[in-house]
Design a protein around this ligand. Sequence first.
Ligand SMILES: Cc1ncc(COP(=O)(O)O)c(C=O)c1O
Length: 399
Amino acid sequence: MKYDGRFGQFGGCYVPEVLIPALEEIEQAFYKYYKDENFVADLDALYREYAGRPTPLYYATRFSKLVGFKVYIKREDLLHGGAHKVNNCLGQGLLAKYMGKTKLIAETGAGQHGLATSMIGALLGMETKIFMGTVDIERQSVNVHKMKLCGAEVVPVEGGTATLKDAINEALRYWTANVTDTFYLFGTACGPHPYPTVVKYFQSCIGTEARAQCLEKIGKLPDIVTACVGGGSNAIGIFSAFYNDKDVKLVGVEPAGKGLDTGKHAAPLMAGSPGILHGTRMYLMQDEEGQILDTESISAGLDYPGVGPEHCLLKDSGRAEYVAVDDEAVLDIFDIFTKCEGILPALESSHALAWVYSQKGKLPADATVVVNLSGRGDKDVGIVEKHRPTRTKTQTNTD
Ligand SMILES: Cc1ncc(COP(=O)(O)O)c(C=O)c1O
């Protein structure tokens, strides 16, 4: 491979030998096409006319009043398919087409990446298979129906906790046996090289737009940029544009599930240690013998024991700060934000909003915060209603 895909001690490409040629082929194709005039024009047109880019930067008036400082929302929830995942799927899908591949496979947790891959499979006329844990199939069933409507086959995965980790295991296993005609469209800025680099590139449109929109709309850069962190693609997509703006604080929010002290969470940056899974070295939830621990989060898209290698380096270097919020706070903010703004946030994105809400009374009135609203919460209405009777916290008045 031309580049080793290392981020300090993290990243790399720890895969069975049979997958190395396929990953090298993707790496070569990416560097061949990502600045190619035709590829750029095709992707740009799809971003605009198919996905709906650029997305607005919206000033959340009532939510800002509630928290006592200025909150701007990057509206990735408005994209076709309902989440940022379409950015990466259009990029990698087009790359697969340019490479002459005819079949796509993908893993999915919340179903947003599975849906986006299925949409792009239909758009580009490619046979599509989506691997999904049976727990996630049940809790995100609306997206499963949508994937099937797009013509994709949804392959149920029963092993392990039957969530995202197990779906990736199965997708990698399938790819190992079908590498020649199949392109593995990986859904987050994680996995073996070149995926963390490729996914970050296709998601960097979020940050590039948001930075320019801040300058145009607010007349300055924000004090804080925040996003939820699962594998890490929406966060790296918005953070990357602000790396060199040292006064802009970057805050990634992990899922504390039932609480960091309970062990029932999915927060490897907060509570994990370096290890290798799914082809990359990263902070990982593992025991002393390196066995992967079961994760738990109300949000299927964040329910993963690892995190993209670049986030691991950003944490160690101190350029970004990582925090965690629990399921209760996420359910609370889902209600609060929806009542304030009339926008249903995905449970994943609600993690970032819940952290912003926790800063009420701590940040000055002139502080400016940009939140990446990575997706819309329509898929989560059933989960929120299911938990309502067992909730312990009192709801906050939004007036
Ligand atoms: C709406 C939404 N946000 C965030 C995520 C987490 O993924 P990532 O950390 O790659 O952005 C997901 C994953 O499914 C998602 O659906």
